[in-house]
Design a binder for this molecule. Structure first.
Ligand SMILES: NC(=O)c1ccc[n+]([C@@H]2O[C@H](COP(=O)([O-])OP(=O)(O)OC[C@H]3O[C@@H](n4cnc5c(N)ncnc54)[C@H](O)[C@@H]3O)[C@@H](O)[C@H]2O)c1
Length: 428
């Protein structure tokens, strides 16, 4: 079987490797020539995917990458893993999905399975992508080609997370579409979870991420309440999670980050508005989560004040720029929000992140592009008035900071209580 994967990013590349390892012939398709060239040379560009894994699949002839989307005409199945961001007004931006649909439609071979994997609101596959594919190909979904939605569940940075072992939800446009898609995915994925429609599968993905977003907002709010009562929220969660049923731990932080949790819930709240209803939990969770950087800066301000200083004029180091531990992905990272707000208040800001040695240009934070991570040593870091631990990578010994800076605002519970320098640590 020959499987194509369009969009060779954080979702597409692990799928490419898994399908090739499972014996499929894989064609990776991306507009980005750099990614395509790297793969064809056996190189990975994502930290947690090894170049050895890529090289092995190139060597055994099962993997090839291209920028030419007309080559879908060679395929039995094509999986679409392109971005689904928000527009500036926080409305869904489906342009990548729709442009991909337009580019492949004229080249679809009869009988191909087309699976959308990008996270999106219910109705996208059938109401937005299907007409484009049908119009451009002259085919009918469910008759000349098979259309499904199958969301991705990636956990970047978690070594225990393996694509083959994560159950995969699939909904088909017709029962036959679903059956054909099961034939494709069963090559690479151990457990398939068939559902009755594309809409159910789309809603299942959003439900998973909204659940996370709302629960993170809840613990963030509890943290602020407990802090007023001088109760350590981390110890509370450790105790609560010993309940063997009916509780699942979520952890507070400086705000939401990444390409999923801060974005996906707004796909549903937008759709809810289109349907004349409201997503109140999502909006409230958004409000709480986006207020967290201000709370963290407030805690920093209190600590500086105790030393006769103000945020204005202080040198502040952000520790951890990636949005979560042990990845290099800095998209939507709350660390940037902290940096921007601190600069706005007149602080001098720098960052440390072993996974992000330099800030690459981005749409939102273009003015930080080119800034480099400071080095992790006493000489450099003791020049700062305070450090904010925003993301705690496991390879970093955060306790060392206690020796180096007088104030540490620890949003991740990264400094151990037993650290000899625990007095300067402020939970936030
Ligand atoms: N990153 C995650 O952990 C994660 C987890 C689950 C679901 N998702 C969802 O998966 C989708 C992809 O996310 P990602 O993180 O892999 O994005 P990404 O930005 O890492 O990768 C997307 C890739 O698509 C390519 N691309 C864009 N338009 C294209 C086109 N027309 N033709 C060919 N290639 C094109 C880009 O060049 C890029 O390489 C999104 O909908 C996201 O919400 C992401």
């Amino acid at each position: 079987m020959k499987v194509g994967i369009i969009g060779l990013g954080y979702v597409g590349l692990p799928l490419v490797i898994q399908f090739a390892k499972s014996g499929a012939q894989v064609l990776g398709i991306d507009l980005d020539e750099k990614k395509v060239n790297a793969l064809n040379k056996g190189q990975s560009y994502i930290n947690h995917i090894s170049s050895e894994d890529v090289q092995n699949q190139i060597d055994n002839g099962r993997l090839e990458a291209t920028t030419d989307s007309s080559r879908v005409n060679e395929l039995d199945a094509v999986l679409i893993c392109v971005p689904t961001p928000l527009k500036e007004n926080r409305e869904p931006d489906l342009s990548y999905v729709l442009i991909t649909g337009q580019s492949i439609a004229p080249h679809l071979p009869e009988g191909i399975v087309v699976s959308l994997e990008s996270t999106t609101y219910p109705g996208t596959t059938e109401d937005e992508l299907r007409p484009i594919l049908e119009e451009g190909s002259g085919f009918k979904a469910g008759i000349n080609f098979h259309l499904v939605y199958s969301p991705e569940r990636e956990d970047p940075g978690n070594p225990a997370s393996q694509v083959a072992k994560i159950p995969k939800v699939i909904g088909g446009f017709t029962p036959e579409c679903l059956e054909k898609a099961k034939d494709v995915y069963s090559i690479a994925i151990e457990t398939l979870v068939p559902v009755s429609s594309c809409r159910i599968a789309e809603a299942a993905k959003l439900t998973e991420n909204i659940f996370r977003c709302v629960n993170i907002a809840l613990v963030n709010e509890l943290k602020m309440i407990y802090q007023k009562m001088d109760i350590d929220v981390w110890e509370v969660i450790e105790a609560a999670k010993t309940k063997p049923f009916g509780f699942m731990p979520f952890y507070p932080g400086p705000g939401l980050g990444g390409h999923c949790i801060p974005i996906d819930p707004f796909y549903l709240s937008w759709k809810a508005r289109q349907e004349g209803t409201e997503a109140r939990f999502i909006e409230l969770a958004g409000e709480v989560n986006t207020s967290m950087p201000d709370y963290v800066i407030g805690r920093l301000g209190e600590a500086l004040k105790r030393q006769g200083k103000t945020v204005e004029g202080s040198k502040v180091l952000i520790v951890g720029l990636a949005y979560k531990p042990d990845v290099e992905d800095d998209r939507e990272s709350p660390s940037y929000v902290l940096m921007e707000k601190l600069e706005g208040l007149g602080a001098e800001v720098a960052y440390y992140d072993l996974h992000v040695p330099i800030i690459l240009p981005s749409r939102e934070y273009s003015h930080f592009a080119g800034m480099k991570s400071v080095l992790w040593n006493k000489e450099g870091i003791s020049a700062y008035d305070a450090a904010i631990i925003s993301t705690a990578h496991s390879a970093v010994d955060h306790d060392q900071l206690g020796d180096w800076v007088p104030i540490i605002v620890d949003t991740r519970h990264a400094i151990s209580i037993s650290s000899p320098h625990h007095e300067g640590v402020i939970g936030a």
